[in-house]
Design a protein around this ligand. Structure first.
Ligand SMILES: [Zn+2]
Ligand SMILES: [Zn+2]
Length: 361
């Protein structure tokens, strides 16, 4: 008989349909499989949107989707042909999986650049997520995390978003001796992790939000040696370096801010966009000025979504690096913890909250 495990289920498209239930765990492992117990799951805006009924897709033939995509798991039992793994190892599952057609991008492991749009995503699109006690995954669908990271490994997935965005920006920004200055818009989890990544690369970093200068987010930015700018008091264009920013990482999805960040770039500057907002927003922009500035100053704006295995591997290493370079700081990124039974509270967000996690094991 197949054992069951507690889970948070949602009926995609149906507002507030999330509930605690139970799902079966397959426990005879095929070669290459790992039996995992979930340690923690990070909650983000995507989960909230799925709970709002705005997004999400259940696995084929199912009415409900197991929610949760940002996770840290522990190996309970490793099947045959999984020599890299043993019981007790921490692992981070990769959220997006290749499309069934194996398009040219998916065929080489770049599912983040999938060309058919038929990719699948755990806890979001056609694959069950990680808000459940146990599950079985193929060993090649996870990356190992160092034991020293402990629970902080749950920050891997949001950091992968930043790793890929920065990689794209740096593929374009090749000016000698640069980048030196960084702009991060939004001090949520992605913004704070972006600031840490840019600081760890030695950039002078400015983080923009609308919380007061004595708020926990502002203090966190200062503790990593960054500059915090409360944009409701001082526009970041005035507070930043006089020559503008070499690299911008936009993490709010608020389009008017995107154009402000673009116009705050330095010569050769690159702005990478990671956030989206639904609905419509009309804005009057001097496109002649925008065009001539971007041409004459070699600037670029690039979008970035999701991440490939290499970004997960880099994120895990960088988190371990942050622990050494900024001791005790990552712990402050996790601002709220809830057990599975309190999932509803985990969806509520205080403006000073950064990352809320659900703890399971
Ligand atoms: Zn997320
Ligand atoms: Zn594909």
């Amino acid at each position: 008989m197949m054992p069951n495990t507690d889970a948070i289920l949602v009926t995609p498209g149906e507002k507030n349909s999330f509930r605690q239930g139970s799902v079966p765990v397959v426990d005879d492992l095929r070669p290459g499989d790992l039996l995992l117990e979930v340690v923690a799951v990070g909650i983000c805006g995507t989960d909230a949107e799925i709970c709002e009924g705005l997004y999400g897709q259940a696995p084929a033939g199912h009415e409900a989707l197991v929610l949760g995509h940002e996770s840290l798991c522990r190996v309970v039992r490793a099947g045959a042909d999984t020599a890299r793994f043993k019981a007790g190892d921490l692992v981070v599952p990769i959220v997006r999986r290749p499309c069934p057609e194996r398009c040219p991008a998916c065929a080489v492991g770049r599912w983040d650049e999938c060309m058919t749009g038929h990719y699948q995503e755990h806890g979001i699109k056609a694959l069950d997520g990680f808000l459940r006690g146990r599950l079985v995954l193929e060993a090649d669908a996870v990356v190992p995390a160092p034991a020293a990271l402990g629970e902080l490994g749950v920050l891997t997935e949001p950091l992968t978003i930043v790793e890929k965005a920065l990689e794209r920006a740096l593929q374009i920004h090749t000016a000698p001796g640069h980048p030196q200055t960084g702009l991060v818009t939004g001090a949520g989890p992605v913004g704070i992790l972006a600031a840490l990544l840019l600081r760890s690369r030695g950039l002078d970093v400015y983080v923009v939000d609308r919380r007061p200068a004595d708020s926990p987010k502002a203090r966190l930015v200062e503790r990593m040696g960054g500059h915090y700018v409360d944009d409701s008091q001082t526009p970041f264009e005035k507070a930043g370096p006089p020559g503008g920013f070499d690299i911008g990482l936009e993490a709010t999805g608020y389009a008017p801010l995107v154009f402000r960040a673009l116009s705050a770039l330095a010569q050769n500057g690159v702005l990478a966009l990671t956030g989206v907002t639904g609905g419509h927003h009309t804005l009057e922009v001097d496109v002649n000025l925008m065009n001539s500035t971007m041409v004459l100053e070699n600037q670029a704006m690039v979008g970035s979504v999701n991440a490939a295995r290499a970004h997960y591997e880099r994120a895990v290493q960088d988190l371990a690096g942050f622990q050494l370079q900024f001791p005790g700081l990552l712990e402050q990124v996790i601002t709220a913890r809830h057990p599975l039974a309190e999932f509803e509270q985990a969806l509520q967000k205080d403006p000073d909250d950064i990352k809320t996690i659900v703890t399971l094991g």
